[in-house]
Design a protein around this ligand. Structure first.
Ligand code: ADP
Ligand code: MG
Length: 209
């Protein structure tokens, strides 16, 4: 089963809807470690992206327009990072008309690698990378086992959620959270929670198809 341009548009729209009902939860998480704006900015970014992609007619266009819109609308360091995630994902699909599960795993890998290169954070540094990296691993494993897209997304959503939860045990080396030092322990990273919501939204989109 392949993932079409329409599916990708549907998944971005689903992400926007899921993030928008979690704005205050994400702001609260960010207020414990940063400046409390993460839910507001990422929600504005995805709402704008969902509008921008309405006429996008290839996987590359959906992903690239999403990334560019996040960069422009979110602003700040996280806008650059979430934007890079989708722009690098787009680079990975190139001219493909549809996306296989293997390519889907590869595009998230490319996006995650782009985020790590740009932001310098690795797994364990209490950032969005801690949710992204286990989700990518889960997608690769599902593709290798020949699972369906739905099974792959279910596994990726569970892995991202667990990865986000695990950030509560960490202190931060990057972003505003580095300044709260040991007081970061006990609090989940907002960006990691957003990534978990993204994968959960994509799974729910696929399940509801
Ligand atoms: P800002 O810190 O500019 O207010 P947001 O509040 O929107 O941006 O986003 C903060 C999130 O960005 C953090 O929770 C973290 O997941 C992510 N983040 C910050 N710095 C980095 C980095 N260097 N690498 C990866 N992710 C980062
Ligand atoms: Mg913030």
């Amino acid at each position: 089963m392949t993932i079409t341009t329409q599916d990708l548009r549907g998944m971005i729209t689903a992400i926007s809807a899921t993030i928008s009902v979690n704005i205050s939860m994400l702001n609260t998480l960010d207020s414990q470690l940063g400046d409390g704006d993460h839910g507001t900015t990422i929600s504005a970014g995805f709402a704008a992206a969902a509008e921008q992609i309405a006429a996008a007619d290839s996987p590359f266009d959906v992903l690239r327009l999403t990334g560019m819109t996040l960069m422009n609308r979110m602003g700040g360091s996280s806008g650059a990072l979430f934007g890079t995630l989708f722009v690098q994902a787009a680079m990975s699909v190139k001219e493909a008309e549809t996306v296989s599960l293997k390519q889907f795993a590869a595009l998230w890998q490319a996006g995650g690698d782009g985020v790590m290169k740009r932001g310098k954070a690795a797994p364990g540094d209490k950032t969005m990378v801690d949710a992204l990296s286990p989700a990518v691993t889960a997608l690769h494993q599902a593709a290798e086992k020949g699972e369906t897209v739905e099974q792959a997304l279910q596994a990726a959503a569970a892995a991202a959620e667990q990865g986000a939860k695990n950030t509560a045990e960490m202190t931060a080396r990057y972003g505003r959270a580095q300044y709260v030092g040991e007081r970061a322990i006990g609090h989940v990273d907002a960006g990691a929670q957003s990534v978990a919501l993204m994968f959960s939204a994509m799974y729910n989109y696929w399940k509801g198809k």
